[in-house]
Design a protein around this ligand. Structure first.
Ligand SMILES: Nc1ncnc2c1ncn2[C@@H]1O[C@H](COP(=O)(O)OP(=O)(O)OP(=O)(O)O)[C@@H](O)[C@H]1O
Ligand SMILES: [Mg+2]
Length: 262
């Protein structure tokens, strides 16, 4: 699928066309009898930084799990196509082999797994130079951290940085970053922003899942999700305005019913 670029965003100026990498077509998912995602349709454009924004419980992480095909999230209605080909029936490993990856909202810890090996595994045996460069890019001093394990002794923010370093070394085609700023201190936030720029420059399509206005502002294009529905999509500055004016004050007492959703 080919789209002409409206040329609105400075970050897109060098682009003249939009190629769809991932098409999501009428995706619905229920968990334990509750409808969590309700007929979502959208495209992710190759090489773009997208954001998926929405309040707590909107369905953002569930959507990421469904796109990745995690166990327990593959019984979707609708379809997901990568390069125009359905990946609905593919396992998470097969989707990863095709270049999709997920940065977890709360990355797991693995007793005894050396940090070097964790990064090398995800990055298909990356060499030491690639590993140390990726660590430096997220602000992890290799001299201090290379000997550590990806276990409970790492702080939450350190663990998020290790995960992002592994994604930088991996250079996936598509990465879903679930709350990349969570647990990250103010000083480190600019490094996370720069790392996302490096991914974009390497041609990776990035999806930032967030409810932070700042992170939303890093994206070129955004989708606003509420109650498992897409309520708006467009250039991120427009979605920032909508989210700030309509969602932040929303107490969900008057949340629209499914029938009222656009
Ligand atoms: N197995 C399950 N059974 C029933 N409901 C579930 C299940 N898993 C998740 N949910 C519900 O689905 C909704 C969406 O959850 P999800 O984790 O996707 O939200 P989110 O948008 O990522 O929120 P947050 O910003 O807090 O991370 C929530 O209301 C959650 O309680
Ligand atoms: Mg979440």
């Amino acid at each position: 699928m080919l789209y002409r670029d409206a040329g609105r965003d400075a970050m897109m100026i060098h682009r003249t066309e939009r190629m769809s990498l991932l098409d999501v077509d009428n995706l619905s998912l229920s968990l334990d009898g509750s409808a969590i995602l309700n007929g979502l349709s959208f495209d992710l454009w190759e090489g773009y930084v997208h954001a998926i924004v929405g309040p707590n419980g909107a369905g953002k992480s569930t959507l990421a799990f469904a796109l990745m095909g995690l166990d327990g999230y593959r019984h979707i209605d609708g379809d997901i196509r990568l390069d125009g080909e359905s990946i609905r029936g593919l396992s998470v490993d097969e989707r990863a082999r095709r270049g999709m990856t997920l940065g977890w909202q709360e990355p797991a810890r693995f007793e005894g797994l050396p940090l070097r090996r964790f990064i090398a595994c995800g990055a298909d045996g990356a060499d030491d130079e690639t590993i140390t460069e990726a660590m430096q890019q997220v602000g992890l001093d290799p001299a201090r951290y290379l000997g550590r394990a990806v276990d409970t002794t790492l702080s939450g923010g350190e663990r998020k940085k290790v995960e992002l370093a592994s994604i930088l070394a991996m250079r996936p085609r598509l990465v879903l970053l679930d709350e990349p700023d969570s647990g990250i201190d103010v000083d480190s936030l600019h490094r996370i922003h720069d790392a996302i720029g490096l991914l974009r420059d390497a041609g990776t399509t990035v999806v930032l899942i967030t409810h932070s206005m700042e992170v939303l502002g890093w994206a070129q294009h955004a989708f606003l999700i509420c109650c498992g529905n897409i309520v708006d999509k467009g250039p991120s500055d427009e979605i920032v305005r909508y989210f700030r004016n309509k969602c932040i004050p929303c107490d969900h007492k008057n949340a629209p019913t499914l029938a009222e959703m656009p």
